[in-house]
Ligand binder design. Structure first.
Ligand SMILES: Cc1ncc(COP(=O)(O)O)c(C=O)c1O
Length: 465
C-alpha cells in the first residue's frame, strides 16, 4: 500500500453526505452516519481513507473475482485507452477487443450460446434478454407470447423491468413495478420448506409450481422463465438437486425460453466459468452475465443468446429494417479489453480450479458456526455463502427487525477487520476467489467472535432470550 497518499476523510465524508444519492440506502441512518470511504486495495484487502485495512468478504459486490491491484489489468486498460478508448459498435462497426471478447465468451459458454450482446451491467443485460426474447417471438408471429415468470426472492436488477422481475418484496416498497406481464413463483428455499417434507418432495413441488403457472397463464402467452443458478441477493438460496434441469425440461415442453441469470455465478464463483451447465446440468437459451466478467475493474455486462434465437432475430423484419436495440457503451473497447485480460488471468492461474479446491473448505469451516445459538442455517456453494440468523433454531423464527441482526454482526466484523454484507437477518460472503485457507480461517473466526458479541448485545438490550 502506498504510504504517501493521504485522504481528507472529513471533507470526503461531507461531500458524499451532501451530494451523493447512494443506491440501496436507508437515508435515515445515512444522513446521520454518512459513509465509510474505501480508498485503496490490494489482493483480497481494502483500506479505508483513514488507513484501516479489511479483508473483503464481499468481493466489492460479488464481483472482485481475481482480487484487487492487478497490474496487468491496469496495463491492459491503459493500453486500450492509448490505442482507441471507444468507438461505436452500432450497425457495422466494432473494435478489436469487442470482437475478440464476443468470440471468447461464445467459446466458454455451453452448447449453442454463440451470440453475445454487450451492455454495461447486470440489469441492462437482463433487460436485453427480455427485450430480445419479445422481439424473437414477434418475429415468429407469436405476438401474445410475452408473459415472464420469475421467482420470489430472485434478484435481477434495478431498472423498471428488472426490478419488476425481482421478487424480493422488501425491494418493492414505495416504488411502482410492472405487474401485468410478470409473475412470481415461490423460491426453492430448502431451509424453509414445510415441516416433514423431504428435499425430493420439495423439489417436485417447486418444479410443479412452474408447470402450473405456465398452464395457468397459457403456454401460448408465456415467453420466458428467469432464474439465478443460486439466488444471490435473495439470500443465497441453493436449489434442491435436479431443480434447474427439471425446470428447463418444463420450459422446453411448453416452448418457454429459459434465461439463466449468471450475473453472480459466472466467471469462477462456483468453480466454473459458467455454472448453468457445468454445475447444474442444464443448458439455458440465454445466459446473462456481468460483475466477474471484468472482476469489477470496469463496468461490463453481456447477454448470450442461442443459435436458434439469433437465427430468428437476425432476419430483418422488413427490407433494410434494423435491430433497434443498443447502448452507446455496448461493447465498450476498454471494458472488453479488461474482460479479455480478466479471463486470461482466470484461466492462466486456474482460479476456477482453486475455487473447486478451496470452496468446499470454506463451506465446511463456515458450517462450524452452526453450533452458535442464533445461527439457523449456513448455506451456499464455494465462494457464494450465507449465514442465516434466527431467534429460535427449532422454529426458525426470526429476530425482530429492530434487532438489525445482520447489520450488527457486520459492524462487529468491520471493527475486527472483516467486511461482510448484511442483508436483513442474513450475512452474505462473496469474497475474491483468490482467498487462501488461512484467510478463510480468519473470516470464520472473526464471524464467530462477531456473532458472539452480537448475541451479548441482544441479551443486554433485552432483544433476545
Ligand atoms: C443475479 C443478479 N442479476 C442482476 C443484477 C444486477 O446487476 P447490476 O447491478 O450490474 O445492474 C445483480 C446485481 O447484484 C444480480 O445479483
Amino acid at each position: 500500500m502506498k504510504e504517501d497518499r493521504k485522504f481528507d476523510t472529513q471533507e470526503l465524508w461531507r461531500r458524499d453526505l451532501e451530494h451523493c444519492i447512494h443506491p440501496w440506502t436507508d437515508f435515515s441512518t445515512f444522513k446521520e452516519e454518512g459513509s465509510l470511504i474505501m480508498a485503496e486495495s490490494d489482493g483480497a484487502y481494502v483500506v479505508d481513507s483513514d488507513g484501516r485495512r479489511y479483508l473483503d468478504g464481499i468481493g466489492g459486490l460479488w464481483c472482485i473475482n481475481i482480487g484487487y491491484g492487478r497490474e496487468e489489468m491496469a496495463e491492459a486498460i491503459a493500453e486500450q485507452i492509448r490505442q482507441i478508448p471507444y468507438f461505436s459498435t452500432f450497425t457495422h462497426l466494432i473494435t478489436p477487443p469487442a470482437a475478440t471478447l464476443a468470440a471468447k465468451l461464445a467459446d466458454l459458454a455451453p452448447g449453442p450460446l454463440n451470440h453475445v450482446f454487450f451492455g454495461t451491467g447486470g440489469s441492462m443485460a437482463n433487460e436485453t434478454a427480455v427485450r430480445v426474447i419479445h422481439f424473437y417471438f414477434n418475429r415468429l408471429g407469436k405476438k401474445n407470447k410475452k408473459q415472464i415468470i420469475a421467482r420470489t426472492d430472485g434478484y435481477h436488477g434495478s431498472t423498471y423491468l428488472t426490478m419488476s422481475m425481482t421478487g424480493v418484496a422488501f425491494d418493492h416498497i414505495g416504488f411502482d413495478i410492472i405487474k401485468d406481464s410478470i409473475h412470481h413463483i415461490p423460491a426453492p428455499n430448502v431451509y424453509r420448506r414445510p415441516d416433514g417434507m423431504t428435499v425430493e418432495e420439495f423439489c417436485d413441488q417447486k418444479v410443479a409450481d412452474l408447470e402450473n403457472k405456465i398452464l395457468e397463464l397459457g403456454p401460448e402467452n408465456v415467453a420466458c422463465f428467469i432464474a439465478e443458478p443460486i439466488m444471490g441477493a435473495g439470500g443465497v438460496i441453493v436449489p434442491p438437486p435436479g431443480y434447474h434441469r427439471r425446470t428447463k425440461e418444463v420450459c422446453k415442453k411448453y416452448g418457454v425460453l429459459y434465461i439463466s441469470d449468471e450475473v453472480v455465478t459466472a466467471f469462477g464463483r462456483l468453480g466454473e466459468m459458467f455454472a448453468s451447465e457445468s454445475v447444474f446440468d442444464m443448458t439455458p437459451d440465454v445466459i446473462v452475465c456481468a460483475k466477474g466478467i471484468t472482476s469489477g475493474y470496469v463496468p461490463l455486462g453481456a447477454t448470450l443468446f442461442s443459435d436458434e434465437i439469433y437465427d430468428v432475430i437476425s432476419v430483418p423484419q422488413a427490407k433494410g429494417a434494423l435491430f433497434t436495440h443498443g447502448f452507446t457503451y455496448s461493447g465498450h473497447a476498454v471494458s472488453c479489453a479488461a474482460g479479455l485480460k480478466n479471463i486470461e488471468i482466470l484461466e492462466r492461474e486456474d482460479i476456477c480450479g482453486h475455487v473447486r479446491e478451496v470452496g468446499p473448505y470454506f463451506e465446511e469451516q463456515l458450517a462450524t458456526l452452526l453450533d452458535l445459538p442464533i445461527v439457523g442455517d449456513v448455506r451456499g456453494k464455494d465462494f457464494m455463502m450465507c449465514v442465516e440468523n434466527v431467534a429460535n433454531k427449532e422454529t426458525k423464527e426470526l429476530l425482530p427487525a429492530e434487532a438489525k441482526i445482520g447489520h450488527r454482526i457486520a459492524q462487529h466484523a468491520q471493527n475486527r477487520g472483516l467486511m461482510v454484507r448484511p442483508l436483513a437477518h442474513l450475512n452474505i460472503l462473496s469474497p475474491p476467489l483468490i482467498l487462501s485457507k488461512e484467510q478463510i480461517d480468519f473470516i470464520v473466526e472473526t464471524l464467530r467472535e462477531s456473532i458472539t458479541a452480537t448475541m451479548d448485545d441482544l441479551v443486554r438490550e433485552g432483544l433476545w432470550k
